[in-house]
Design a protein around this ligand. Structure first.
Ligand code: ZN
Length: 285
């Protein structure tokens, strides 16, 4: 696990050791963390690295979205203000009643005991911690409001990005999968919001992007992903206008537009196509 310095006052772990990428911003009197990684022990290690290489105190943690690889380390930061969009926080009650209920978490742990015992060990003490501060569209932190948190939606409902305008660094969360297939299979995924967020970022003077997965990149990565999304949208709409069933579409994903870096064999492609088919068939397009 390597905490890499991104700019004068930002750091990130982008080596996949925390599964979802994590990062932090150092303000004059405090440190702000962005996302907490996949497991409590990994988050503990991340926090130790911040203590050693960045400083203290950590006051706020911004959660970009509810996927487990970005929030399952949150209990390690329970002494901080846990910030998320209100749309993200609104998903928690349902999660806590189903997938993340005590029984649901037990099931998850048992799955890993059977399939990946080492990983199961990491989830042993997992607790689900909910956000403690929410915002509607955007909020700012820092003395000069230099940290801008923007609700974007897209990858999931309630997704947000974090931008340090003084250094032009964007923590993009899972809006950006650098050199990886952009997973769009979440049941709350909204392709229109995702593409709108891309258009907005392209207008901003962003210089460095910390993606949710993969290495640091620049805006050219967004251009690549956006071009693909537009082609995929056209393809999905064509399937719908020809009234081809979802079942049939899923059998022909190989004829869908070629994803960036030709990552066609990725099973996430199928889930993404399934979600977009459902989304556009519900007239949301
Ligand atoms: Zn995600």
């Amino acid at each position: 696990m390597k905490l890499e310095q991104v700019s004068e006052t930002t750091w990130a772990i982008v080596d996949a050791s925390t599964y979802g990428n994590v990062g932090c911003i150092k303000l004059p009197k405090s440190v702000i963390v962005i996302d907490t990684g996949m497991t409590p022990p990994l988050a503990k290690k991340f926090r130790k690295l911040i203590h050693k290489e960045v400083g203290e105190p950590i006051t706020d943690v911004i959660l970009t979205h509810y996927h487990s690889d970005h929030v399952f380390g949150t209990q390690v930061f329970q002494d901080c203000t846990l910030i998320a969009s209100s749309a993200m926080a609104a998903i928690y009650p349902e999660l806590l009643n189903n997938r993340w209920s005590p029984e649901g978490i037990q099931e998850l742990k048992e799955y890993y005991v059977q399939n990946d015992p080492a990983f199961a060990e990491q989830l042993k003490d997992l607790r689900i911690i909910t956000p403690t501060q929410t915002f509607e569209d955007s909020m700012t932190l820092g003395k000069e409001n230099e940290v801008h948190i923007q609700h974007t939606g897209g990858h999931t409902a309630g997704h947000s990005t974090v931008y340090l305008n003084t250094e032009r660094v964007l923590f993009a969360g899972d809006l950006v999968f650098c050199q990886q297939y952009p997973y769009a299979g979440d049941q709350t995924n909204n392709p229109l919001e995702w593409m709108r967020a891309f258009e907005e970022i392209l207008k901003m003077p962003v210089e460095i992007i910390v993606p949710g997965h993969g290495p640091l990149c620049g805006k050219e990565e967004i251009q690549i992903q956006l071009a693909y999304f537009k082609k995929l949208e056209t393809w999905i709409k064509a399937q719908l206008s020809e009234e081809i069933s979802l079942e049939k579409v899923l059998q022909t994903v190989d004829s869908s537009p070629t994803p960036p870096y030709d990552l066609k064999a990725d099973p996430r492609l199928k889930f993404s196509i399934e979600r977009w088919y459902t989304f556009y068939s519900q007239d949301e397009g």
